[in-house]
Design a binder for this molecule. Structure first.
Ligand SMILES: [Zn+2]
Length: 482
């Protein structure tokens, strides 16, 4: 299986590279044949002790008081009535769950409107008509060079949902995502079913994924997507406590199944075609949509590139989720680049004039450092730059996290100085309920989720990059013998 091989190379290569511990990193791979050559990046070696073992379900690292304090803060408001569900690999067969869906469990019900008052609604559809929300899960992937070039040539900006463990396996590829102007979001630390974790584990899965992205690319994400869409209100609250907006999807290409023996490219084309048929039928005349696509293998990326002309035929605009929702604060860091509101984005890319952000006319978005909102998290401060930097072992190491693709070290100097100002800037509560002023653009009716989800039990059996060290020996043997 290609997917197995990639996951294997990812973990194996990285592990062996760490063992040899080169004094200097090799040049950034450029040719396609070099892309998946493992390499050793100093930034990864230096920060590794601050992280849980890669690809393993996360817990708070011993002695990490910054993480512990943040968790303790969030824990106070977590609903004790929502218990962990099933196994990390998505076996929910033993779960007894109320059909009334008290937890707004997307896996079971496709629920995207939280039952806990004050929690933000998940993003699954988009307010702007005839708009395709562009996002790719499971990167950064070592085979993505052609794909990244394609996006650049076609002036495409995407929301990239990075797995923290992948970011440490492929740090230069992660840096390229930011360098190319894409919006970096979290896809957890080890890519397991989030509702299966206890509170601390779920926190750690998110916390260390955003830390990995921060340390490697220099920015702290404000968006995430749960693997397999496995989310309930307990997980939503932990994510929101970390300043992360939740993005799901309305349609699913199931492109990852290309790695399965029983799935052909034609099957996946049909999934894309369903979305195109809906567009032709006028389904998106009053809203835009998020279609789940992956950066997980070369095949999924090839499929997107094949389909892109058809996407353009059927949709007026293809935009990152931030632009689709007029979200300008992409990252916690105040000096990081801002996103564009929809009208600016489509003017810049398509030369189109639209009347302001048509259905959302606002620029309120979850300021990741905001405090004092109404709702259950009103007392929880979202991560600040100071906290993020505090998790960095030394200033030198933090400066290496700047987004200098392929470089050995950044210019430094983004450490903390702006955090105080940032902390004082977000006093927006205006007496409305938090859900309407937090990001009202997400308040669409998402009840028509008709895409099949990523949550089927079958998904658990596919070897997404889920290898644990205990599985390594087995896979090594398999590969060596194949
Ligand atoms: Zn995923």
């Amino acid at each position: 299986m290609l997917i197995n091989s990639i996951a294997l190379l990812s973990v194996l290569g990285w592990t062996s590279a760490q063992a040899t511990s080169a004094a200097h990193p090799p040049p950034k791979p450029t040719s396609s044949t070099e892309q998946c050559q493992p390499y050793s990046a100093p930034i990864v070696q230096e920060i590794l002790p601050n992280f849980p073992p890669i690809w393993e379900p996360a817990t708070i690292v011993e002695g990490d008081t910054t993480a512990q304090n943040k968790f303790d803060e969030i824990k106070q408001v977590l609903p004790s009535y929502i218990k962990p569900k099933g196994t990390h690999d998505g076996d929910f067969s033993a779960v007894k769950y109320d059909p009334a869906d008290p937890d707004c469990w997307f896996t079971r019900s496709k629920c995207t409107q939280p039952k806990v008052e004050g929690l933000s609604e998940d993003l699954a559809t988009l307010p702007e008509p005839n708009t395709w929300g562009l996002g790719f899960d499971d990167g950064p992937n070592c085979t993505h060079q052609t794909f990244m070039s394609y996006m650049k040539e076609n002036n495409l900006t995407a929301s990239l949902f990075y797995i923290g463990s992948n970011v440490l396996n492929w740090p230069y590829e992660a840096q390229q995502g930011r360098e190319d102007g894409h919006e970096l979001c979290s896809h957890t630390w080890s890519h397991h079913y989030m509702t299966s974790f206890d509170d601390e584990g779920a926190f750690a899965e998110l916390y260390y994924s955003i830390q990995a992205i921060k340390q490697v690319t220099g920015v702290t994400p404000t968006c995430w997507r749960p693997p397999f869409g496995d989310i309930d209100d307990r997980i939503r609250m932990i994510a929101e406590g970390l300043g992360l907006r939740t993005a799901l999807w309305e349609y699913d290409t199931n492109d990852w199944k290309l790695a399965m023996a029983d799935t052909t490219p034609e099957d996946v084309r049909k999934n894309y075609d369903e979305v195109f048929d809906a567009a032709k039928a006028g389904e998106f005349d009053d809203h835009g949509t998020i279609v789940l696509t992956h950066e997980i293998t070369g095949e999924t990326m090839d499929m997107f590139m094949e389909m892109y002309p058809k996407i353009r035929e059927n949709f007026e605009y293809v935009v990152p989720l931030s632009a689709a929702t007029n979200t300008t604060n992409l990252y916690v860091e105040e000096d990081a680049e801002d996103g564009k509101v929809f009208s600016d984005y489509v003017y810049d890319v398509y030369g189109s004039y639209v009347q302001g952000p048509s259905s959302t006319n606002n620029d309120y978005h979850p300021q990741p450092t905001a405090t004092g909102w109404e709702g259950p998290l009103a007392t929880v401060a979202n991560p600040t730059v100071a906290e993020v930097e505090a998790a960095t072992p030394t200033k030198d190491q933090a400066s290496e996290g700047d987004a200098d693709v392929g470089g050995e070290g950044g210019s430094g100097g983004d450490n903390g100085s702006e955090s105080d100002a940032k902390n004082n800037t977000n006093t927006k509560p205006d007496g409305k309920t938090r859900i309407s002023n937090f990001h009202p653009e997400w308040n669409n009716n998402n009840s028509n989720n008709d895409g099949s989800s990523e949550d089927s039990a079958a998904v658990a059996s596919i070897a997404k990059p889920l290898l644990t060290s205990s599985a390594l020996l087995l896979v090594i043997t398999t590969v060596l013998s194949s």
